[in-house]
Design a binder for this molecule. Structure first.
Ligand code: NAD
Length: 477
């Protein structure tokens, strides 16, 4: 599809600005240049932070009904331009058009829920008279916005994961500066366009396109930034935590999610759900299914059906409605995944299907007999590769599922309520889905992980909690 490269502007404190130095945005499926965005400088970021100080005052003084009106108008704008938003995601990102349309609908939901939650930022009264000597005092606490939030976002959900930070920030009366992934900045800029059209006052929101290595440190270390809300990989996350200093931190990091399938489960349901969970967005999904523990008695039947369903996947042109899976985000990423699989095969893993790469495309791949000392058995693959393990019983499955450094979400397929409850209690994760894969999520639920999967929770109400602080008020009568 030919696109005219117009050279996009970035959104700096309510103004659309160009810069001479640019970043090329490419379509991963053929490496063609779609557009360019400014490569922001340190000065741009510093200017943006200065303007955001005023933006934070403006945001905090905006009445709740106005915040709700603006966020809903931004959602209306996206709703009226679904095709434009979806095509952008499916061009700069690696999602197929069907996956991209779903992301746009999720983003609209995220914003509408944000508008709703704005009216529920409550405090409570405090019974001060519980303390002898405090009988003549009354008071309460309310939640106030913290100021300026720095948001750093990844490539894999280039619109909705940005909305998960911008919606709650504006709903709670904060200013926010977004630094989107350099691979997928266009969707984040479209979100800024939606808020601009909706009448958001200037300086409350900025979307600054630039390299993390060049402008990341300024955002992360600046004392005026009161919170860093980061979604991305563990390496960048740990580096940011080391540098950030005294500010709030929210970390949504990676995982290698487990799903357990017990012998009493509905097999067809388990297969359909885990195949989709493994290969959604070509496996570039923080809650994507990576490890499936199947009870031995049904392993053969599960494996057969799983492979049948996987082999039906149509890999190809992202813009076609018929395509089930597109490419990885870059050819380097596809090569990284290929190397992880090849290392496992050399160490004795059995390749059941897939293992093929052309450019940035890597075919849906299923492995079994994967030795514990392979990187793929412990690290996040972030690609369309799934590992099948036969297990004797539920206890073994839980022990193996927990034996990694990550803990974002998990799934279990069973019709036995006691077994499901045991998994709920024993699995070390931020969310567990019964009779769904680890990939199930709605935007209103608390979302986040334990261990190396992160700190804090997103999901609008929970993000708002992290983006506000309680202020105690006490009247002595
Ligand atoms: P990444 O860590 O490479 O990059 C994420 C963002 O951080 C990008 O905007 C990048 O430019 C920026 N960045 C990198 N180094 C930085 C630094 N030192 N200072 C400031 N900014 C820096 O991640 P990615 O490859 O874009 O995304 C994939 C990762 O994101 C996976 O690990 C995935 O599991 C994780 N992820 C987590 C969630 C979640 O909600 N838990 C959701 C989606 C993706």
């Amino acid at each position: 599809m030919a696109t005219q490269v117009v050279g996009r502007k970035m959104y700096l404190a309510g103004k659309w600005v160009k810069r001479d130095r640019v970043i090329e945005v490419r379509d991963p499926q053929d490496n063609s240049i779609i557009d360019t965005v400014p490569a922001a400088s340190e000065e741009d970021m510093l200017q943006c932070i200065e303007e955001a100080k005023e933006g934070a005052r403006i945001a905090a003084s905006m009445p709740v009904h106005k915040r709700m009106e603006i966020i809903n108008k931004a959602a209306d704008y996206i709703e009226a331009n679904i095709e434009k938003f979806a095509r952008t995601i499916a061009r700069e990102g690696s999602k197929t058009i069907r996956e991209a349309i779903k992301e746009v609908h999720r983003c609209i939901q995220t914003l509408r829920i944000s508008a709703e939650e704005a009216r529920r930022i409550h405090g409570e009264t405090i019974p001060f008279d519980q303390m002898p000597g405090s009988e003549n005092r009354v008071g309460y606490y309310y939640r106030f916005p913290i100021g300026i939030i720095g948001a750093i976002t990844p490539f894999n959900d280039p619109l909705n994961l940005v909305a998960h930070k911008v919606g709650p920030a504006i709903a709670s009366g904060n200013a926010i500066i977004v630094k989107p992934s350099t691979l997928t900045p266009l969707s984040a800029l479209l979100l800024a366009e939606a808020f601009d059209e909706a009448g958001l006052p200037p300086k409350v929101l900025s979307v600054i396109t630039g390299y993390g290595s060049e402008i990341g440190d300024i955002l992360v270390t600046h004392p005026a930034i009161r919170m860093i809300s980061f979604t991305g990989g563990i390496e960048a996350g740990e580096e940011i935590i080391r540098k950030a200093g005294l500010k709030k931190i929210s970390m949504e990091l990676g995982s290698n999610s487990p799903v357990i399938v017990l012998e009493d489960a509905d097999l067809d349901e388990a297969v359909e759900s885990t195949v989709s969970g493994a290969f959604w967005a070509a496996g570039q999904n923080c809650i994507g299914v990576q490890r499936i523990y199947v009870q031995e008695s049904i392993m053969d039947a599960f494996q057969k059906k799983f492979l049948e369903r996987t082999n039906q996947y149509r890999v190809g042109d992202k813009q076609s409605e018929l395509t089930d899976m597109g490419p990885l985000i870059t050819e380097e990423e596809a090569i990284r995944v290929e190397n992880l699989v090849n290392e496992a095969i050399e160490k004795g893993a059995v390749l059941l299907t897939g293992g093929k790469r052309i450019g940035a495309f890597y075919w849906p791949t299923v492995l079994t007999n994967v030795p514990e000392d392979c990187r793929i058995a412990r690290e996040e693959i972030f690609g369309p590769v799934v590992l099948l393990y036969p297990v004797r019983d539920l206890d073994t499955a839980i022990e193996k599922a927990n034996s990694v450094d990550y803990g974002l979400q998990a799934g279990i397929f069973t019709n036995n309520v006691r077994k499901a409850y045991k998994a709920i209690e024993k699995m070390n994760v931020g969310g567990i889905m019964i009779n769904d894969s680890s990939d199930y999520r709605i935007d209103a639920m608390p979302f986040g992980g334990v261990k190396k999967s992160g700190l804090g929770r997103e999901g609008i109400k929970f993000a708002i909690h992290e983006m506000t602080e309680p202020k105690v008020v006490c009247f002595k009568l």
